[in-house]
Design a protein around this ligand. Structure first.
Ligand code: KG4
Ligand code: ZN
Length: 348
């Protein structure tokens, strides 16, 4: 059982292009949530420039941390630990946050906790639903990952399926670029899709005819490119392509999620990661699961994309976990399979 003593954890997220700092209190919940998005820095390049991302995290972290502490109305000495994203992500961006967090932990004589970014996404819906507990299935859809996981307990994850090529967020971003939409492409494409007819162009539904829960999205992007080339400078065609693409992606994600639930015998699906903010995906999943007496759960929109709150929350769950303690060892991993994690002692 988790400890009953009240604890307070500062969370630092710097895996990509958002600098997030938040304070999670085990009794009172989220006390502060500060987020700086680097969208403007990267927009002119059409995507994230890793070196610029790292430098900007270094620049923003001190003030964001002060702002978070002020918002939480708490002194640094009242923190029980500093949790930071140790991976997966852009290595320079990760190292910026990791070294800041470890230095702060050292100065305060508190533990530094190395947190897995995708575990933090996966657990984010539990921030608002403390009674919701494993076992459940999880659909993790972000810029770098597309995973269907079986969650037997916190820290025990089995992969049921994944994308064999582009991550779904990556496919959204690349297709948005093809359609000349600004970075970040996912939300821009979703918005354009609202003005389009998803049935105007036929898009395939990759790998639906194959057993299992693996997925593929790069073919949809290529299909969108061919259609865009065949209809240059046609704004309605662009909207129809966006709608057709989005509907195909959603169909695949819904069908494979259904299959994951069937295969694992589970009734609850947690949806997390940036693409979890997609309204069409939310509506279609909710409808489909409800029909089968199943339930989908996702975090509020602002906690779908990268943020410090989910890191602080995951940190509070791993506070007693010696495997997460990094202290003077600054831990950063560009790649880090979720299945390598183990449950913290009190969840084992
Ligand atoms: O989780 P996240 O913020 O960062 C990573 O860990 O990758 O996810 C970012 C991804 C991007 O590919 C972005 O385009 C996509 O999530 N995304 C969306 C939407 N909002 C963000 N994709 C589709 N529809 C959205 N509304
Ligand atoms: Zn993320």
């Amino acid at each position: 059982m988790p400890t009953t003593q009240t604890t307070r954890v500062l969370g630092i997220e710097t895996s990509c292009d958002e600098t997030g700092v938040a304070v999670w209190d085990s009794a009172r919940g989220l006390l502060a949530h500060q987020l700086y998005s680097q969208v403007k820095t990267h927009r002119q390049y059409g995507g994230v420039v890793p070196e610029l991302a790292s430098r900007d995290h270094v620049r923003r972290l001190p003030q964001l941390t002060l702002d978070a502490l002020e918002e939480a109305n708490c002194l640094p000495a009242s923190l029980d630990a500093i949790a930071y994203t140790a991976g997966p992500g852009l290595i320079g961006a990760l190292m910026s946050g990791a070294s800041f967090a470890c230095a702060m932990a050292y100065a305060l004589n508190r533990p530094a906790l190395a947190i897995h970014h995708m575990e933090a996404h996966l657990l984010a819906p539990l921030m608002d639903e403390p009674d919701f507990a494993p076992p459940f299935a999880a659909l993790l859809v972000s810029g770098g990952h597309t995973l269907l996981m079986q969650v037997d307990r916190i820290g025990q994850y089995t992969c049921l399926g994944q994308s064999i090529d582009d991550a779904v967020g990556e496919a959204f971003d690349k297709t948005a670029r093809i359609l000349d939409l600004p970075y970040p492409g996912g939300p821009a494409l979703a918005e354009l899709a609202e003005h389009g007819d998803s049935e105007c162009f036929h898009f395939p539904r990759p790998m639906l005819d194959r057993e299992g829960c693996d997925m593929s999205f790069s073919g949809l992007k290529t299909h969108a490119r061919r259609l865009a080339e065949a209809h240059p400078e046609d704004t309605q065609a662009a909207a129809n392509i966006a709608a057709g693409f989005q509907e195909a992606v959603v169909d695949v994600l819904v069908a494979k999620s259904q299959r994951a639930l069937e295969q694992s015998g589970l009734n609850h699906l947690v949806v997390a990661g940036g693409v979890g903010a997609n309204r069409r995906l939310r509506t279609r999943l909710a409808e489909t699961l409800e029909k089968n007496g199943q339930q989908a759960l996702w975090p509020p929109f602002e906690y779908c994309t990268d943020n410090g709150a989910m890191i602080a929350f995951a940190g509070s769950l791993r506070l007693q976990d010696p495997a997460a303690r990094s202290d003077l060892e600054i831990r950063s991993r560009a790649r880090w399979p979720l299945e390598e994690l183990a449950p913290p002692p009190h969840f084992a």
